[in-house]
Design a protein. Structure first.
Length: 418
């Protein structure tokens, strides 16, 4: 089949390459010309897709990146994997809308369109379907298949990649569900059908809200435990020994990526808009997790004060800009917020991260460096924010005069944990 994947980021590229590997003719469409140029040169910035896999798919002629909407023509299946950010707390669905208008121009009877972008329940049928119908003159269900299948990409996960992770699938009618499920059955080991796109949309928000709330819980416990002179990490280890009724979550400098800082707010917004009620769990979790970077910055200030130094003029070395270990994904990363806070207070902030390549969101005042003995020895404070395996932790222990470890990776007399 001719498959168009709209959006070639952390979600769209793994999907597109997998579809190409099973033999489909795939167009990876993205409006970012620079990204398309890099992909066409065989350069992947997504850890889940090596440059070797990318080049192999292009050499076979089954994958081609493009920033031209005309290349979307003639598709049998189109999958939309575009960002859905928040703007002043309100869902911003303009990328879904633009994708729908683009695909509608090329939509043919019998084709299948799938939305994967995370959004509020009702988006597929109430927003996306009318855009496709208005632009094509066709009717969803009657003339073309339409469904929703939430992305479950976990960047850098060596066990649960795109193929191994069960895929929730849905359709606006029985024929659409069959078409969507038949497509994904070729790409993944397991598909999980649900009754309608609304259930699939809610399932995605439920998954991420569960994580968001539990991370907020353990973050707040960590802050209180420090003042109570309790080792929260030992307590977490002890609780994790229980073989039932407990799931391990650990504190950190905040939440990042496209999911946790954003997705639960989609559900909260929908509940407020449709029911006029507040989703208190989500709002409380948002408040705690969004202020963890401020807490980390305060801990840096306290550490400097205890050494009779002001944050203004002090040299701070941040280890990690990505929101998640062993990935280059810096979207919504708490590290970026922490760096801005410290820079605004006059600190000389430097950062080491071997994975982060795309730096559009990185403050231009931030100096990017390699993790070296000299950088560690020159820093007044080293802050471990992302525990990449690539970091030499023995080097950090040996040459850093003080480390604020936000990931409980280090131990020693000069180490202080979050």
């Amino acid at each position: 089949m001719r498959v168009v994947v709209v959006g070639q980021g952390y979600v769209g590229l793994p999907l597109a390459i997998r579809a190409a590997e099973v033999g489909h003719e795939v167009i990876g469409y993205d409006v970012d010309a620079r990204r398309v140029k890099n992909l066409a040169a065989g350069v992947s910035y997504v850890e889940d897709v090596s440059s070797e896999r990318l080049l192999a798919a292009m050499d076979r002629g089954t994958y081609r990146p493009s920033d031209s909407a005309r290349d979307c023509g003639g598709f049998d299946v189109a999958v939309v994997t575009v960002p859905t950010p928040l703007h002043e707390g309100i869902p911003d669905l303009r990328f879904i809308e633009e994708s729908g208008r683009t695909l509608a121009r090329y939509l043919r009877p019998g084709a299948t369109v799938v939305l994967e972008s995370t959004t509020y329940p009702g988006t597929t049928q109430e927003l996306f379907a009318p855009i496709l119908e208005d632009g094509s003159g066709l009717t969803a269900g009657a003339d073309f298949h339409l469904g929703y299948s939430p992305e479950r990409i976990d960047p850098g996960n060596p066990v649960w990649g795109f193929q191994q992770t069960p895929k929730v699938v849905s359709g606006v009618d029985a024929a659409s569900l069959k078409a969507v499920q038949d497509f994904y059955d070729q790409l993944v080991d397991t598909t999980v059908p649900v009754g309608s796109p609304k259930e699939a949309e809610l399932a995605k928000l439920l998954e991420n809200t569960f994580r968001h709330v539990n991370i907020a819980l353990v973050n707040e416990i960590a802050m209180f435990a420090r003042h109570l002179d309790i080792d929260v990490w030992q307590a977490i280890d002890a609780a994790s020994s229980k073989p039932f009724g407990f799931m391990r979550f650990t504190p950190g400098p905040g939440v990042g990526g496209h999911c946790l800082p954003i997705d639960p707010s989609y559900l909260s917004w929908r509940v407020q808009r449709e029911l006029g009620q507040n989703f208190r769990f989500v709002e409380l979790a948002n408040d705690i997790n969004s202020h963890m970077p401020d807490y980390v910055a305060r801990r840096v200030i306290e550490a400097l004060n205890s050494r009779r130094r002001s944050v203004n003029g002090s040299r701070v070395l941040l280890l990690g800009l990505a929101y998640k270990k062993n990935t280059g994904d810096a979207r919504e990363s708490p590290s970026l917020r922490i760096s801005r806070l410290l820079l605004d207070m006059g600190a000389k902030v430097r950062a080491a991260d071997p994975h982060v390549v795309e730096t559009m969101a990185v403050d231009p005042r931030l100096v990017r460096v390699e993790l070296t003995r000299k950088e560690l020895a020159s820093a007044d404070v080293v802050v471990l924010l992302t525990d990449h395996d690539a970091f030499d932790y023995d080097l950090v222990r040996e040459h850093a005069s003080f480390v604020l470890d936000c990931r409980h990776k280090l131990a020693g007399p000069t180490i202080e944990v979050l």
